[in-house]
Design a protein around this ligand. Structure first.
Ligand SMILES: [Zn+2]
Length: 202
Protein backbone atom coordinates (compact mmCIF):
# COMPACT_ATOMS: atom_id res chain seq x y z
CA UNK A 1 0.00 0.00 0.00
CA UNK A 2 2.88 2.37 0.76
CA UNK A 3 3.78 2.04 -2.94
CA UNK A 4 0.58 3.79 -4.00
CA UNK A 5 1.51 6.87 -6.02
CA UNK A 6 -1.58 8.79 -4.95
CA UNK A 7 -0.90 8.04 -1.28
CA UNK A 8 2.70 9.19 -1.70
CA UNK A 9 1.47 12.42 -3.26
CA UNK A 10 -1.00 12.99 -0.43
CA UNK A 11 1.71 12.37 2.18
CA UNK A 12 4.02 14.82 0.39
CA UNK A 13 1.25 17.43 0.65
CA UNK A 14 0.76 16.71 4.34
CA UNK A 15 4.50 17.08 4.90
CA UNK A 16 4.21 20.69 3.80
CA UNK A 17 1.71 21.46 6.56
CA UNK A 18 3.67 23.17 9.35
CA UNK A 19 3.15 21.99 12.94
CA UNK A 20 2.14 18.52 11.76
CA UNK A 21 4.68 16.11 13.23
CA UNK A 22 6.01 13.65 10.65
CA UNK A 23 5.21 10.73 12.98
CA UNK A 24 1.51 11.65 12.60
CA UNK A 25 1.39 11.71 8.78
CA UNK A 26 0.03 8.17 8.43
CA UNK A 27 -2.48 8.77 11.25
CA UNK A 28 -3.83 11.82 9.43
CA UNK A 29 -3.87 10.01 6.07
CA UNK A 30 -5.73 7.14 7.71
CA UNK A 31 -8.26 9.58 9.18
CA UNK A 32 -9.05 10.95 5.71
CA UNK A 33 -9.18 7.47 4.16
CA UNK A 34 -11.70 6.32 6.77
CA UNK A 35 -13.78 9.47 6.35
CA UNK A 36 -17.11 9.14 4.52
CA UNK A 37 -16.92 10.54 1.00
CA UNK A 38 -19.48 13.32 1.51
CA UNK A 39 -17.64 14.49 4.63
CA UNK A 40 -14.35 14.56 2.70
CA UNK A 41 -16.04 16.58 -0.06
CA UNK A 42 -17.47 19.00 2.49
CA UNK A 43 -14.01 19.34 4.10
CA UNK A 44 -12.37 20.19 0.75
CA UNK A 45 -15.18 22.56 -0.26
CA UNK A 46 -14.95 24.42 3.08
CA UNK A 47 -11.19 24.76 2.72
CA UNK A 48 -11.53 26.24 -0.77
CA UNK A 49 -14.37 28.54 0.31
CA UNK A 50 -12.32 29.80 3.25
CA UNK A 51 -9.42 30.51 0.86
CA UNK A 52 -11.78 32.47 -1.40
CA UNK A 53 -13.65 34.42 1.29
CA UNK A 54 -11.00 35.41 3.82
CA UNK A 55 -8.52 38.23 3.21
CA UNK A 56 -6.19 40.16 5.49
CA UNK A 57 -7.43 43.59 6.60
CA UNK A 58 -5.06 46.04 4.91
CA UNK A 59 -4.92 48.20 8.04
CA UNK A 60 -4.33 45.75 10.91
CA UNK A 61 -3.64 42.48 8.97
CA UNK A 62 -6.19 40.40 10.88
CA UNK A 63 -8.05 37.86 8.69
CA UNK A 64 -11.55 39.04 7.81
CA UNK A 65 -14.31 38.19 5.34
CA UNK A 66 -13.73 39.84 1.96
CA UNK A 67 -17.04 41.72 1.85
CA UNK A 68 -17.30 42.86 5.47
CA UNK A 69 -15.60 45.53 7.54
CA UNK A 70 -12.83 44.59 9.94
CA UNK A 71 -14.37 44.51 13.43
CA UNK A 72 -11.04 45.35 15.09
CA UNK A 73 -10.60 48.48 12.99
CA UNK A 74 -13.98 49.75 14.23
CA UNK A 75 -12.64 49.76 17.80
CA UNK A 76 -10.67 52.51 19.55
CA UNK A 77 -7.62 53.14 17.34
CA UNK A 78 -5.71 55.29 19.83
CA UNK A 79 -4.18 52.24 21.52
CA UNK A 80 -2.61 49.64 19.21
CA UNK A 81 -1.38 46.28 20.40
CA UNK A 82 1.40 44.99 18.12
CA UNK A 83 1.75 41.20 17.88
CA UNK A 84 3.80 38.83 15.76
CA UNK A 85 1.06 36.53 14.49
CA UNK A 86 -2.69 36.15 14.14
CA UNK A 87 -2.51 33.30 16.68
CA UNK A 88 -0.92 35.69 19.22
CA UNK A 89 -3.68 38.22 18.57
CA UNK A 90 -6.33 35.55 19.15
CA UNK A 91 -4.60 34.57 22.42
CA UNK A 92 -4.77 38.22 23.54
CA UNK A 93 -8.46 38.40 22.62
CA UNK A 94 -9.25 35.22 24.56
CA UNK A 95 -7.28 36.25 27.60
CA UNK A 96 -7.67 39.93 28.20
CA UNK A 97 -10.14 42.75 28.37
CA UNK A 98 -8.42 44.71 25.63
CA UNK A 99 -10.67 46.98 23.61
CA UNK A 100 -8.09 48.71 21.44
CA UNK A 101 -6.82 47.89 17.96
CA UNK A 102 -4.20 45.44 16.74
CA UNK A 103 -1.36 45.36 14.26
CA UNK A 104 -0.08 41.98 13.12
CA UNK A 105 3.54 42.03 11.99
CA UNK A 106 3.53 38.65 10.28
CA UNK A 107 6.53 37.34 12.27
CA UNK A 108 9.70 38.70 13.83
CA UNK A 109 13.03 39.90 12.45
CA UNK A 110 15.25 36.85 12.04
CA UNK A 111 18.34 37.32 9.83
CA UNK A 112 19.16 33.58 10.03
CA UNK A 113 15.80 32.78 8.44
CA UNK A 114 16.15 35.60 5.92
CA UNK A 115 13.41 37.72 7.56
CA UNK A 116 14.27 41.41 7.61
CA UNK A 117 12.16 44.42 8.67
CA UNK A 118 11.08 44.89 5.04
CA UNK A 119 9.43 41.44 5.09
CA UNK A 120 7.17 42.41 8.01
CA UNK A 121 4.25 44.86 8.36
CA UNK A 122 6.43 47.49 10.05
CA UNK A 123 6.26 50.24 7.41
CA UNK A 124 2.46 50.10 7.55
CA UNK A 125 2.56 50.45 11.36
CA UNK A 126 4.68 53.59 11.06
CA UNK A 127 2.19 54.93 8.48
CA UNK A 128 -0.70 54.21 10.87
CA UNK A 129 1.09 56.17 13.57
CA UNK A 130 1.69 59.10 11.21
CA UNK A 131 -1.89 59.23 9.95
CA UNK A 132 -3.85 58.68 13.17
CA UNK A 133 -3.92 60.06 16.68
CA UNK A 134 -2.21 57.28 18.63
CA UNK A 135 -1.79 57.51 22.40
CA UNK A 136 -0.08 54.21 23.08
CA UNK A 137 1.60 51.37 21.23
CA UNK A 138 1.82 48.12 23.20
CA UNK A 139 4.63 45.92 21.90
CA UNK A 140 3.24 42.47 22.77
CA UNK A 141 5.94 40.49 21.03
CA UNK A 142 7.18 37.08 22.07
CA UNK A 143 9.97 37.05 24.66
CA UNK A 144 12.48 35.46 22.32
CA UNK A 145 15.71 37.03 20.95
CA UNK A 146 13.88 37.65 17.63
CA UNK A 147 10.84 39.18 19.36
CA UNK A 148 12.99 41.46 21.51
CA UNK A 149 15.13 42.59 18.55
CA UNK A 150 11.95 43.34 16.58
CA UNK A 151 10.45 45.30 19.49
CA UNK A 152 13.64 47.39 19.79
CA UNK A 153 13.64 48.06 16.03
CA UNK A 154 9.97 49.13 16.04
CA UNK A 155 10.35 51.30 19.16
CA UNK A 156 13.20 53.12 17.44
CA UNK A 157 11.22 53.68 14.22
CA UNK A 158 8.14 54.87 16.15
CA UNK A 159 10.15 57.25 18.32
CA UNK A 160 11.68 58.80 15.18
CA UNK A 161 8.27 59.10 13.50
CA UNK A 162 6.55 60.61 16.54
CA UNK A 163 9.32 63.10 17.33
CA UNK A 164 9.28 64.24 13.67
CA UNK A 165 5.62 65.11 14.23
CA UNK A 166 6.07 66.57 17.71
CA UNK A 167 3.64 64.03 19.07
CA UNK A 168 4.85 61.79 21.86
CA UNK A 169 3.50 58.26 21.75
CA UNK A 170 3.73 56.10 24.81
CA UNK A 171 5.50 52.85 23.89
CA UNK A 172 4.93 50.01 26.34
CA UNK A 173 5.60 46.29 26.48
CA UNK A 174 4.18 43.39 28.44
CA UNK A 175 5.24 42.92 32.07
CA UNK A 176 8.06 40.53 32.86
CA UNK A 177 5.58 37.83 33.91
CA UNK A 178 5.87 36.39 30.42
CA UNK A 179 8.38 33.52 30.59
CA UNK A 180 11.56 34.00 28.56
CA UNK A 181 11.51 32.15 25.25
CA UNK A 182 7.74 31.75 25.26
CA UNK A 183 5.14 32.51 22.65
CA UNK A 184 1.98 34.42 23.66
CA UNK A 185 -0.08 31.80 21.89
CA UNK A 186 0.72 29.21 24.56
CA UNK A 187 0.37 31.35 27.68
CA UNK A 188 -2.46 30.80 30.13
CA UNK A 189 -5.10 33.54 30.39
CA UNK A 190 -4.06 34.65 33.87
CA UNK A 191 -0.39 35.20 32.96
CA UNK A 192 -1.29 37.06 29.78
CA UNK A 193 -3.88 39.20 31.58
CA UNK A 194 -1.40 40.15 34.28
CA UNK A 195 1.33 40.84 31.71
CA UNK A 196 -0.96 43.29 29.91
CA UNK A 197 -2.45 45.02 32.96
CA UNK A 198 1.02 45.52 34.47
CA UNK A 199 2.65 46.62 31.22
CA UNK A 200 5.63 48.94 31.51
CA UNK A 201 7.38 51.57 29.39
CA UNK A 202 9.56 49.97 26.74
ZN1 LIG B 1 -8.44 45.69 10.61
Amino acid sequence: MENSEILKKFLQNLQQVPYLASKNLFKVASHFLEMEKDKAEFFCATLLKMKDCLVKCQNCFVWKEKDSDCVYCKRDQSVICVVETWQDMLAMERAVEFKGAYHILGGAISPLDGVGPENLNIGSLVERVKKNYIKEIILALNQTPEGEATAAFIANRLTQASSAQNHIIQITCLARGVPIGSSLEYLDKLTLNKALSERRPF
